[in-house]
Design a protein around this ligand. Structure first.
Ligand code: HEM
Length: 218
């Protein structure tokens, strides 16, 4: 048996992912669809289309999670408390959806999730990018939306995690689980590369939705 000596990674995986995707994150934040949505300028129909796209993404994510439940890497992050499908369905009922809507960006995103489901570490990249985002910026987005549309819980369940009353300690524990994954530096780089890809897929979805903003002015 050969013993390979692992060179210690300079930074933890959680830091690598956060710091390595800062510019991708900035791009996602700056998308016109998001800016207009948060300014209260997108109609209920536009928001229902967005949620309908997200529904397909989360169905793929949560389907993949079910198949990876026993995977030694993916199971470190999978947690039913995070599941969003039921809350998206509740929101869709509120916003008048689901909307049947051709979305090549969603098709591409879903097929990437399905591919990643073949390898626990790549799935972690998808899991991290959506769920840690939902528990971070997503919380502020939910509050802004509720204010713009004068909502009181109904319609913005997607942003509410009743089983996670305090996102901060949850995110800290999540990062500790990431950091404990037995991934060597080159595997960690692959996870980061996939995270960047996932940001790009989200950005492409926003770009597609931005094209349709003129029809959704409020
Ligand atoms: C207007 C849009 C957005 C805003 C205002 C926003 C804002 C934020 C903020 C303020 C944080 C840091 C919160 C903290 O320190 O706890 C954060 C973290 C994060 N966001 Fe966003 N975000 C947006 C869009 C997105 C999108 C589209 C994604 C990906 C789909 C995303 C993924 C993430 C992730 C993964 C983190 C966690 C980073 C880490 O700590 O490792 N965000 N976001």
């Amino acid at each position: 048996m050969t013993i390979t000596q692992e060179s210690p990674s300079a930074v933890s995986l959680s830091t690598l992912l956060r710091e390595g995707s800062t510019s991708e994150h900035r791009d996602a934040e700056g998308s016109s669809f998001m800016t207009e949505l948060l300014a209260g300028q997108v109609s209920a129909e536009g928001y229902a289309v967005y949620l309908s796209c997200l529904r397909r993404v989360y169905a793929a994510l949560e389907g993949a999670a079910a198949t990876l439940a026993a995977d030694p890497i993916a199971s470190a992050v999978i947690d039913p408390s995070l599941e969003r499908l039921a809350s998206i369905d509740a929101d869709l009922a509120f916003w008048g959806g689901p909307v049947e809507h051709a979305s090549p960006a969603t098709d591409a995103y879903v097929s990437r999730v399905q591919q990643a489901a073949g390898e626990g570490a790549l799935f972690v990249a998808h899991h991290y990018t959506r769920y840690l985002g939902d528990l971070s910026g997503g919380q502020a987005i939910g509050r802004l939306l509720a204010r713009q549309f004068e909502l009181d819980g109904a319609g913005v369940e997607f942003y509410a995690f009743p089983a996670i009353p305090k996102p901060k300690p949850y995110k800290d524990a999540y990062r500790e689980r990431l950091d404990a994954l037995p991934l060597d530096p080159s595997q960690q780089e692959r996870v980061l590369a996939e995270v960047k890809t996932v940001f790009g897929l989200n950005g492409a979805l926003f770009a597609e939705l931005t094209q349709q903003l003129p029809a959704w002015r409020r």
